[in-house]
Design a binder for this molecule. Structure first.
Ligand code: CMC
Length: 431
């Protein structure tokens, strides 16, 4: 029996075409337009992908109107509360929660691959000390393909798996080394008996002359940040990874393209921009001025950490991090933290302002994550680096799904609005 279709009629010719409608397990159905150009000689135009599904996926689902985020069907709040980042990695990679032996095996494999090839550490010395750690990340992740080229045949499932393990295991080490280099401290080698997130925090903060300790409350908050950032369906950086990977580029190259895309302030760079903005506002009595600026169509200023392409409701990740921020500041005895108070005030004022209400601009994941990281002692320029470490599992799974689904190379078309064909005029005949 034929499924539902959408009939399109070309009013210029009267020609009609029935386009198949495909339904997913959740979310709006899609109309399959692959035959559209062949039948009508027309491309579709959708800059920014406002109405376009770029692929089929089984990994993550977002209902932006309801503020729902599911990883492999599991609600994000349940995972953030009860799971661990490594378990979420397993879930995203294999589609199911692991049995206990499977989880042990998976954790062991990841934690036994945390060290970098020693020669890779030499690369850091080539960077200026004041380089942004994201600049170093872009280079170092791409450079992994120069070191781990025994697993680069992407047609072989085992190679894809080995590359995935290497990325999950080594990115925290690369990220921590970027930080250590920028502050002139010695690199800290991973300690595999620690949990994934605790090991990362240790590599960030340990110095040879002192013992490393961190409150479990802070480690757990950081683990939640990792879980909440692990995947977010076809966002800009994930789409970048899929597109880069669709040319059969190796996974390290594709993931480094994702890191580059994430860096921008409209995407992962927003967490850094939020804290800079809060510091710039400085005090509650200046909030009104910044709200006015955000609403002014002639001012390019936007309230960072507000608004989302998909969420037209409170970002569920922001709700979890707001609670975590309270817990972290209480643990540190800093309930009166002026920046946190300022953020709460800003949120309250924005949420009662017609402009933000009508445009459905709510706090997004970046609004509170920087406050937590800053309280833990992580410098602002590391926020996006940490986002990239956490998101790498999402990129890897989306890349694997794309490769194993044998999608063809991503090649969008365009509406050309440039000069029509014209003849070259030699320089000596031009004025
Ligand atoms: N402050 C003030 N006005 C805003 C904001 C904001 N943060 N966000 C959107 N608007 C306005 C925008 O000016 C536009 O107004 P108008 O209709 O009058 O032209 C309207 O709301 C719709 O905005 P848009 O840019 O068309 O929406 P979008 O879906 O393309 O953009 C966004 C989404 C996240 C890029 C945008 O909301 C933004 O720039 N937010 C600030 C940056 C930020 O927090 N980014 C992190 C996103 S969450 C992390 C991630 O997933 O990477």
């Amino acid at each position: 029996m034929a499924g539902e279709t959408l009939t399109i009629i070309d009013n210029r010719t009267g020609k009609s075409l029935e386009l198949p409608i495909q339904k997913g397990t959740e979310g709006p159905p899609v109309v399959d337009i692959t035959k559209f150009y062949k039948e009508f000689g027309l491309f579709t135009l959708d800059p920014g992908f406002l109405s376009t599904a770029s692929c089929k996926s089984t990994i993550t689902f977002i209902d932006g109107d309801e503020g729902i985020l599911l990883y492999r069907g599991y609600p994000i709040d349940q995972l953030a509360e009860k799971s661990s980042f490594l378990e979420v990695c397993y879930l995203l990679m294999w589609g199911e929660l692991p049995t206990r032996p499977k989880f042990e095996e998976f954790s062991k494999i990841v934690m036994e691959h945390t060290m970098l090839h020693e020669q890779m550490l030499n690369f850091y010395k080539g960077y200026r000390r004041d380089a942004h750690p994201m600049a170093i990340m872009v280079g170092m992740v791409g450079a992994m393909s120069a070191f781990y080229h025994d697993s680069l045949d992407i047609q072989i499932p085992r190679h894809r798996e080995v590359s995935a393990f290497r990325l999950i295991a080594k990115l925290p080490t690369i990220a921590a080394a970027s930080y250590k280099y920028s502050i002139g401290q010695p690199f800290v080698y991973p300690k595999n008996e620690l949990g994934y997130v605790e090991n990362f925090l240790r590599m960030l903060f340990k110095v040879p002359c002192a013992k490393f300790t961190m409150s479990p409350v802070l480690v757990r908050a950081m683990e939640q940040i990792f879980i909440l950032h692990a995947d977010h369906e076809q966002n800009a950086s994930t789409s970048t990874v899929r597109l880069a990977g669709s040319s059969m580029a190796n996974p390290f190259a594709a993931i480094s393209a994702g890191v580059s895309c994430l860096w921008g302030p409209a995407h992962g760079g927003a967490n850094e921009a939020v804290l800079n903005m809060l510091n710039e506002i400085g005090s509650v009595d200046r909030v009104g001025e910044y709200i006015r600026r955000a609403k002014d169509p002639n001012d390019s200023f936007r309230l960072m950490g507000f608004g989302h392409r998909v969420y037209k409701n409170y970002d569920p990740r922001a709700r979890i991090l707001k609670k975590a921020a309270h817990e972290v500041l209480a643990e540190l005895g800093r309930e009166d933290d002026p920046i946190f108070k300022l953020a709460l005030e800003l949120e309250q004022i924005a949420q009662s302002d017609d402009y933000f209400v009508e445009k459905k601009l709510y706090p997004n994941v970046d609004f509170y994550s920087g406050i937590i990281q800053s309280a833990i002692g992580i410098p602002t320029n590391m926020f996006t680096v940490i986002f990239s470490v956490a998101r790498s599992i999402g990129w890897i799974c989306q890349w694997m799904e794309m490769i194993s689904g044998k999608e063809s190379i991503g090649r969008p078309r365009q509406l050309y609005v440039g000069a029509p064909q014209r003849d070259y005029v030699p320089l000596h005949r031009r004025p």
